[in-house]
Design a protein around this ligand. Structure first.
Ligand code: MSP
Length: 566
């Protein structure tokens, strides 16, 4: 057996100044879908999320609450961890920047950079956004009337003695990297923005004074604390900087973040890694493969969802959605209707219900019930055989593409539902629909185009519905003697196509798919568990694997229809 590919995926580490909200859940959910897809493919995945503790916001908020900073950080770190556990996120570790391991590693990295001369002592004066804990360049500050771009509070003029990282000297290397790796930052529009900004990059302070000991001291100068952003970025490296995990780092990290923090991830972070790589003992440090910067969930008024704006979905509200619709429904909605592209997405309860009913209840859930019910009714709940003389699928090669497209190209990141509807009915060749769609699904998901990927899987389900309308097994069954073999063939093909759709849908709606697998006698979940969580996507999406004679269980509705008037 060849060694599986390694795949390393991360989320931002979230500030523990407050409890989690939908925005944090979103990025972690997207990373989780992608992590599950890679595991399904058979990759050896390491998925990291966690919390960023050394922010002055945490100190301030704790003081406001009358708690020690540690106690407040602990309480919120626990809330994040529990929220992610409850939402069945499959992260392999959970970062806490207050952990001894992380603190030790960051100290080592900064010491190495000081020694190499890429970090030096100097003085800094500029416009500071306290909410974002970030200095804002003069032109950007001016464009925003010297207010925070994020929370609109006035920027403060600040002057400090600091240690600086020589970002300016890495500008040519960064630009070269962007040119050689056109997908280093995605989506494209975000990359273009950042490249323009990098051209003007100046050296950046990497330390602070007067943060009351909350953070990691600069090695050799305990008066200074390592700037929270530098401390935080290093989490991606520190948590896999152990002999057994280094291979994940070297496989090229995929960082999921939102646009608010792209600058650090696309400039300071790769430049620091370039600098570190030149230091003794760090020649194994390469650059991340990709920084994927999505947009925001906004409330119906158009404002960014955030704690400070008081319009966010908090853990209790998230629990309510899960209680009402199920975890899969929340996963599916966030992953497929979320702001992965350059536009923001509105979190609207109406759209949630519509998506749930259309895609999950009326499409996947309904088709699974319909086919299982017919197999129950006509074949006593036992998978019927395919009879070659009635099988439209038999003559087509696996490469045929009968799903309405002539090429592999399709629009990237559809923001609405344009173009996502049912294609003109196919020729009755379900095999071609399944194979063509699963190929397109892979291309889409590899490009983090989750909306299109899920739609490709659903296209197979819609193909089943069209096929049933075309073949009319219920009418055929009226003349049983004459048509039994044909009804058997039709239903066997439907079950087979739904099996393939369920494999592709698993990263999005794992609970429902696993339930369905049990009902059709597929032990994929057990196979994955026995194989270190890794699946066999290629094998499982081949046509013709459901064995005749297998019991097919009806079960209850996977996604009961939701009455919008409820
Ligand atoms: N601690 C830093 C990140 C350090 S990473 C080395 C930070 N933390 S944060 O708690 O403010 O989280 C920001 C991230 O949360 C965003 O980049 C995004 O991933 C997620 N989101 C927060 N609000 C969001 C929305 N309204 N919509 C979508 N994602 C949102 O910045």
């Amino acid at each position: 057996m060849p060694e599986p590919n390694k795949f390393y995926v991360t989320t931002p580490i979230y500030y523990v100044n407050d409890k989690p909200h939908l925005g944090h859940v979103y990025t972690t959910m997207v990373a989780d879908v992608v992590a599950r897809y890679h595991r399904l493919r058979g990759d050896d995945v390491f998925f990291l999320t966690g919390v960023d503790e050394h922010s002055t916001k945490v100190v301030d908020k704790a003081a406001e609450k009358g708690l020690t900073t540690e106690a407040w950080a602990e309480q919120n770190a626990t809330a994040f961890r529990q929220t992610f556990e409850k939402l069945e996120m499959t992260n392999d570790d959970f970062v806490r920047t207050s952990s001894d391991h992380h603190k030790r590693k960051v100290t080592e990295y900064v010491a190495a950079l000081l020694k190499s001369g890429d970090v030096y002592e100097g003085e800094y004066e500029g416009w500071y956004d306290a909410g974002q804990e970030e200095y804002v360049p003069e032109n950007k500050a001016k464009d925003n009337d010297y207010k925070s771009e994020v929370n609109r509070k006035p920027l403060v003029r600040k002057k400090e003695k600091n240690y600086f990282f020589k970002l300016s000297s890495y500008v040519p290397a960064l630009l070269d990297h962007f040119e050689k790796h056109p997908t280093f930052v995605q989506p494209d529009a975000r990359r273009n923005e950042i490249v323009n900004r990098i051209k003007e990059a100046q050296d950046v302070p990497i330390s602070r004074t007067g943060v009351g000991g909350w953070g990691i001291p600069v090695p050799g100068d305990p008066e200074q604390t390592i700037y929270v952003w530098i401390d935080a970025l290093f989490n991606y490296l520190s948590y896999v900087d152990t002999p057994d995990r280094r291979g994940y780092w070297q496989s090229g990290a995929t960082h999921f973040i939102a646009k608010d923090i792209l600058w650090f991830h696309a400039s300071v972070w790769p430049a620091m890694l370039m600098a570190l790589r030149k230091c003794d003992g760090y020649d194994w440090v390469n650059l991340p493969a990709q920084v994927y910067s999505h947009s925001y969930w906004v409330s119906e008024s158009g404002a960014k969802m955030s704690k400070s704006l008081g319009n966010f979905l908090d853990p209790a509200a998230i629990d309510n959605y899960v209680a009402e619709f199920g975890l899969d429904a929340l996963r599916y909605f966030l992953a497929t209707r979320g702001p992965l592209s350059v536009s923001d997405s509105t979190f609207s309860p109406d759209l949630f219900i519509k998506t749930y009913n259309e895609d999950l209840a009326n499409t996947f859930g309904n088709s699974c019930s319909r086919v299982a019910n017919m197999i129950g009714k006509y074949f006593d709940g036992v998978m019927p055989p395919v009879h070659a003389e009635f099988d439209d699928n038999q003559n087509s090669g696996a490469e045929t593409n009968d799903d309405g497209d002539t090429t592999d190209s399709f629009p990237i990141h559809l923001d609405g539902n344009e173009g996502l509807g049912i294609r003109p009915s196919h020729s009755g060749n379900l095999l071609a629909v399944a194979i063509g769609s699963s190929r397109h699904y892979r291309t889409a998901i590899n490009e983090t185009n989750l909306t299109v990927a899920a739609e490709r899987a659903l296209r197979i389900v819609r193909g089943v519905d069209t096929y049933i309308e075309l073949k009319k097994p219920f009418s055929l069954a009226k003349d049983w003697e004459q048509n039994e073999r044909q009804v058997a063939t039709v239903l066997a093909n439907c079950a087979e196509a739904l099996r393939i759709a369920s494999v592709l849908l698993w990263p999005f709606i794992p609970d429902a798919c696993e339930k369905f697998w049990k009902r059709i006698g597929c032990d994929y979940a057990a196979q994955m568990a026995a194989n270190g969580g890794r699946g066999r996507l290629d094998e499982w999406t081949q046509w013709g694997q459901l064995k005749p004679g297998t019991p097919i269980e009806k079960g209850d509705a996977l996604f009961p229809r939701y009455d919008p008037n409820k």
